[in-house]
Design a protein around this ligand. Structure first.
Ligand code: ZN
Length: 261
């Protein structure tokens, strides 16, 4: 991956203005709290040097889904060894990704406190117009909505953390849990199109691997079953019609119990 120092773009005026310093700094040593752009040139560096407002983003390199244990129900990471993030990966998230048509190709990093699933685009998508950028902002949101994640997480402007950098919240190093492989932008667009036509069935397939879920994950009533239809779910025991937000919500933690590890 490139760094702001060795790959400082001199040919793009806006970016060199945003990253004016080529002087090595103390933070370089452990790359403490460095970030990596999922957009533009994929620069790495301190957050204030690499974060970029959406209207200055000219290309998308990676679709990122931020999966943070603090937003998820603890039964998703209550077994195995290691940090909450690594347990969450091995117990739950690796299965979600293996059922996701694109998830098998996603890179996953443990950021020290959570997981970043990274869908690397090849070729990089260059925006020819504002409409292109708006389209991809919508595509990133749609991809994020296929997994339980922080609803306020950034979309197109997301920053990941470089492998080997240090997370100062807990002094942990950022680690790669699985390597990714390149994904053609057309594959992402096709998936999002399928998702638009069959949102409930697609997400139920990723999260539960089935189109009939027993017991119903929303009411959990004895003998209940949730049938995943294209656009909604149907629970014949208690819930009646179940919306996608309820299905995804069955994985989310109670907001009053949320906190860092
Ligand atoms: Zn139910």
């Amino acid at each position: 991956m490139s760094s702001v120092h060795k790959n400082r773009p001199s040919h793009k005026r806006k970016e060199s203005e945003a990253n004016p310093s080529a002087e090595p700094q103390a933070d370089d040593v452990g790359q403490v709290d460095w970030r990596e752009q999922t957009f533009n040139d994929g620069l790495t560096g301190p957050v204030e040097k690499v974060s970029t407002p959406q209207d200055l983003i000219t290309q998308s390199r990676t679709v990122m889904i931020d999966i943070d244990p603090q937003y998820l129900t603890p039964t998703l990471f209550d077994s195995g060894k290691g940090t909450r993030a690594t347990r969450l990966y091995h117990q739950t998230v690796c299965h979600w990704l293996d059922r996701h048509p694109l998830g098998k190709k996603a890179e996953v990093r443990s950021t020290g406190s959570g997981l970043h699933a990274l869908f690397h685009l090849e070729p990089v998508v260059v925006f020819g117009s504002t409409a292109d950028r708006d389209l991809w902002a919508t595509v990133v949101r749609a991809m994020q909505n296929t997994l339980p994640c922080d609803p306020n997480a950034p979309g197109l402007t997301a920053l990941t953390r470089p492998i080997g950098s240090t997370n100062s919240k807990n002094d942990r190093k950022v680690k790669q849990l699985r390597p990714g492989e390149p994904i053609a932008p057309e594959e992402i667009l096709q998936f999002v199109d399928d998702l638009r036509r069959r949102p409930f069935a697609t997400v139920a397939g990723i999260l539960y691997g089935a189109d009939r879920i027993t017991p119903c994950p929303v009411c959990k009533a004895n003998g209940s079953t949730l049938a995943a239809l294209d656009r909604v779910g149907r629970c014949y025991a208690r819930c009646g019609t179940v919306k996608l937000v309820q299905l995804v919500g069955s994985f989310m933690s109670d907001p009053s119990t949320r906190g860092e590890e």
